[in-house]
Design a protein around this ligand. Structure first.
Ligand SMILES: Nc1nc2c(ncn2[C@@H]2O[C@H](COP(=O)(O)OP(=O)(O)OP(=O)(O)O)[C@@H](O)[C@H]2O)c(=O)[nH]1
Ligand SMILES: [Mg+2]
Length: 522
């Protein structure tokens, strides 16, 4: 028998003890199996095979347990087939007994994702919506769950179909022109079609651009805290997580291994990693291994919080630190400089001030004045991280560090070179521009990820990117005067890339790959 047409059974609730557990039967023999195993508590309830639409009935199951039977007759069920759900007590022996009775009465044990696969094959869900089912189950943070739910309800598929429709309209125009004689080809048609393709291109480009925050919403933001030893990295991790997760001490080199903790911030999932300090003097093999691991963590970061605190390190250590930060910048990894131990600033000499050091050496990096003693600094840091997720930008500096720089400006001007003054001026003017931009971003914040359809899966992004490339190629082919039939082929390919997202046109192998990642019982 076709494996998509027999009757399958599996528990949809997880293993372990629970008040109730739910087994689902789906397929043509589900009613017959239930007729055999289920006895309604009262004779007012019909036999399962005579139940209509959605029905609930208490009774007993194969003499094993008291259960509640829920019936969803095809096509009004999750899979589109007859589905019966048996809610029994949630213990190991009962679950095993209930499942074994269903299997011995003709059902087959369902494999991973088989219910969702049937829902897809029976047209109850498109592919993007079916994929969202797993995202919804796995969601740990509110924004993850919301994005998954919107995708499940078809928002992404609709957005993709709107773009595919745009391309279908262009294709129809091209095919109409193909029926005409070549002498009749008019320049206006070529111009109109090129303009339409450019519009489709920009709509696809916009959709692709949502992947940056979409991926972060679905997978969480990897925030890595790094810096030299003893600058307050572990204290920062503890403040951000609200827990004493990492050991804090005034002994440099306290953190040896990376320390991870997941937290939610404004409904977003954050993976925080504290790292060993980048000491360039140590020969301790464990500390050196910690430094290697810190380097690995940096490579996987979505954003690095680099902590600079007083007293500033030696010239040699500074040089190493600068090389590391420059490497991050080269790799395109966003860095927010945390100007730590801000509460000590009033006692510092100019040569130990991280604010001036940052302004001089990294005038283009955003900064944040930080002290674990200051609750407002924590508010500011969280705000920066949320803005980074929603807007994708860190291109601003903290008002507080800029203001305090202004206060100290005079005393510094006396002993700094003019080149440094120029850098500082640049830094300060950026700070003020940034404050204004920050305000605008705040006003918009929440809107981009709140109301916009997001691409959250690598697979969907890759398909949109391929469609985008093809649309760009079609537009340039038209401009270069290539024939309409060749352009039509490229547009058709772009449409078929988009249909991979919704599953309107997919191979059996792709379906297999996608649903095999699901859990059993879903
Ligand atoms: N005054 C002040 N002290 C701080 C601040 N943050 C951390 N400290 C102190 O600085 C010392 C080092 O803090 P940690 O958080 O352990 O620093 P670390 O960077 O993780 O150190 P290693 O793991 O050794 O690299 C501790 O004595 C902290 O109490 C701060 O904002 N202000
Ligand atoms: Mg530490």
């Amino acid at each position: 028998m076709n494996p998509d047409q027999d009757t399958i059974a599996a528990f949809s609730t997880p293993p372990g003890e629970s008040g109730i557990a739910v087994m689902r039967l789906s397929g043509p023999d589900a009613a017959t199996i239930c007729d055999r195993l289920f006895i309604p508590a009262a004779n007012t309830f019909p036999k399962p095979s005579q139940m209509k639409g959605y029905t609930l009935a208490p009774g007993t199951w194969a003499g094993i347990d008291d259960v509640v039977l829920s019936c969803f007759r095809a096509p009004h069920s999750f899979t589109g087939e007859d589905v019966y759900e048996i809610s029994c007590h949630g213990g190991k022996a009962i679950r095993e007994g209930v499942l074994a009775s269903a299997l011995s009465s003709g059902a087959r044990a369902a494999g991973p994702g088989e219910y969702s696969r049937r829902a897809f094959l029976n047209g109850k869900l498109d592919l993007a919506s079916a994929e969202a089912v797993m995202d919804l189950i796995e969601a740990q943070a509110e924004k993850q769950a919301k994005a998954a739910y919107r995708q499940l309800k078809g928002d992404l598929s609709n957005a993709v179909r709107i773009r595919a429709d745009q391309l279908y309209a262009i294709l129809a125009h091209l095919e109409m022109l193909l029926d005409w004689d070549e002498e009749e080809e008019r320049d206006e048609d070529r111009l109109t079609l090129t303009a339409d393709l450019k519009e489709a291109e920009s709509a696809l480009r916009h959709l692709a651009s949502t992947f940056r925050s979409g991926r972060v919403v679905r997978e969480g933001l990897h925030v890595v805290i790094a810096g030299n030893p003893n600058v307050g990295k572990s204290s920062l991790l503890n403040s951000l997580s609200g827990r004493s997760r990492a050991i804090v001490s005034d002994i440099p080199g306290t953190t040896r291994d990376t320390v991870d903790i997941d937290v939610t911030l404004d409904g977003y999932l954050l993976h925080l990693t504290d790292t060993a300090g980048f000491s360039c003097e140590t020969e301790d093999p464990i500390e050196l291994e910690g430094i290697v691991r810190a380097g690995d963590a940096l490579n996987d970061a979505d954003i690095v919080l680099w902590v600079l605190s007083p007293p500033l390190p030696t010239q040699h250590a500074r040089h190493h630190q600068e090389e590391r930060i420059d490497e991050l910048i080269e790799q395109g990894i966003p860095v927010l400089l945390i100007l730590g131990k801000d509460d000590l600033r009033s006692t510092l000499s100019s040569t130990d001030d991280p604010v001036l050091y940052a302004a001089e050496r990294f005038p283009d990096l955003p900064t944040l004045a930080w002290s674990y003693k200051d609750p407002e600094a924590l508010v500011q840091l969280k705000k920066r991280l949320v803005t980074f997720i929603e807007q994708g930008e860190l291109d601003f500096c903290s008002d507080r560090s800029a203001d305090s720089m202004m206060e100290n400006d005079l005393s510094y001007d006396t002993n700094k070179s003019t080149e440094t003054d120029e850098k500082k001026r640049k830094f300060l003017s950026k700070a003020h521009d940034a404050t204004e931009r920050d305000f605008l971003q705040d006003a918009r914040s929440g809107q981009s990820t709140g109301s916009e359809v997001l691409i959250t899966h690598e697979r969907h992004k890759a398909a949109v990117d391929r469609a985008l490339d093809l649309v760009c190629r079609a537009a340039s082919d038209l401009e270069r005067g290539l024939s309409f039939d060749l352009v039509a082929i490229t547009v058709r390919e772009a449409i078929s890339e988009l249909s991979l997202i919704t599953g309107d046109d997919v191979s059996e192998t792709l379906i297999e790959t996608i649903f095999s990642r699901f859990c059993i019982g879903k």
